[in-house]
Design a protein around this ligand. Structure first.
Ligand code: NAD
Ligand code: TYD
Length: 334
């Protein structure tokens, strides 16, 4: 593959994917197409060689813009999304525009341009919550919040496009991802940066024992790439970290790594409809040769070190829009 359009690549996982892909394949050029929403940040790509990617600012909900960016590309990998559950509870209009209409525009552009491979990056959240066992790719979607419902909508449109038009669509469903360059609204970077600053961490009361399966960003990138290169069109591939932890266990690990005591935990009212546990079985992707490389203890320690060493990156983010969001999300919580 010579030229890949990577949408949403100024965000967290997309930028880690471009970094991974450029290192893996010296002959590839990436078209980075990104709207630069509050979560998009060109600093995420700052260390990458400028001649290996072309940045285009645009919205996947704008059909003409995404079609033009995809022209001449062998593949499109879609990371562009509105991604934060708590924001989707405040209002989901942008989620529907990007995660459903935007995906549809990518599919239609791929059909018109005869793009050889279309990979839609999705999430384990589309299956919903599970008390015991793990979801497989054959499990039906059961999303329970506006974010996951919009992602399921995009996935279903992708599968329908494959059935109807044979558009070569593959879908990956990854578990909760962590690592460098994650916008500090998500639990891990939010808690780390708060603790660095000597601030309490807002742990959802009632959700202390809720479980997430943690996947290191580079492992998520390699999972997406395995599906892109070796997957079969019309198929879904789960990408699981294999590191299920209760939120309280994660919180205590971060307190310990940052030398803070239990008094830094602030229990705040729970998220409405808070999914109890996400768990997926990734044996289908493993059968293509993929394995996550990072173990949880090392990954969390490395992530803490990264945020400690890269205050230049997150301090400018934790101002302006972020502070208004933080106040609305946490201080005004009834
Ligand atoms: P992110 O919020 O960090 O980044 C999203 C990026 O998409 C940003 O750069 C933003 O500017 C861009 N974007 C948003 N709307 C756009 C639009 N309309 N047009 C073009 N660009 C737009 O997200 P992330 O955490 O990197 O997630 C990437 C993908 O992975 C998403 O599809 C998400 O559903 C999925 N995913 C995330 C996780 C996780 O834990 N973060 C886990 C599984 C799957
Ligand atoms: P989050 O990072 O928002 O990811 P997701 O909801 O997509 O899994 O949240 C991860 C877990 O952490 C989830 O169970 C909710 C919890 N959480 C808190 O307890 N406090 C917080 O401030 C946030 C953002 C999340």
């Amino acid at each position: 593959m010579k030229r890949i359009c990577v949408t949403g690549a100024a965000g967290f996982i997309g930028s880690n994917y471009v970094r991974y892909k450029l290192a893996q394949d010296p002959g590839v050029h990436c078209i980075v197409f990104d709207k630069l929403t509050y979560a998009g940040n060109l600093d995420n790509l700052k260390d990458l060689p400028k001649d290996r990617y072309t940045f285009i600012k645009g919205d996947i909900a704008d059909k003409a813009a995404i079609r033009a960016a995809m022209e001449g590309c062998d593949a499109v990998v879609n990371f562009a999304a509105d991604t934060h559950v708590d924001r989707s509870i405040m209002g989901a209009t942008d989620f529907i525009s990007t995660n459903v209409t935007g995906v549809y525009n990518i599919l239609e552009s791929a059909r018109e341009l005869k793009t050889a491979r279309v990979l839609l990056v999705s999430t384990d959240e589309v299956y919903g919550s599970i008390r015991e066992g793990s979801f497989k790719e054959t499990s039906p979607p059961g999303p329970r919040n506006p974010y996951s419902a919009s992602k399921a909508g995009g996935d279903l449109m992708g599968l329908a496009h494959f059935e109807t038009f044979r558009t070569p669509v593959m879908i990956t469903r990854g578990s909760n991802t962590y690592g460098p360059y994650q916008y500090p609204e998500k639990v891990m970077p939010l808690f780390i940066t708060n603790l660095i600053d000597g601030q309490q961490v807002p742990l959802y009361k009632g959700g202390e024992n809720n479980v997430r399966d943690w996947l290191y960003a580079e492992d998520h990138a390699s999972g997406v790439d395995t599906a892109l290169m070796k997957g079969e069109p019309g198929n879904i591939y789960n990408v699981a970290g294999g590191n299920e932890r209760e939120n309280i266990v994660l919180t205590r690990r971060l307190l310990s790594l940052l030398g803070r005591g239990e008094e830094f935990i602030k229990l705040v009212p729970d998220r409405p409809g808070h999914d109890f546990r996400y768990s997926i079985d990734a044996s289908k992707l493993r059968a293509l040769g993929w394995r996550p490389k990072m173990d949880w203890d090392t990954g969390v320690a490395k992530t803490v070190e990264w945020y400690k060493a890269n205050e230049w990156w997150w301090r400018k983010i934790k101002s302006g829009e972020f502070l208004a969001y933080y106040k609305r999300q946490y201080e005004d919580r009834k």
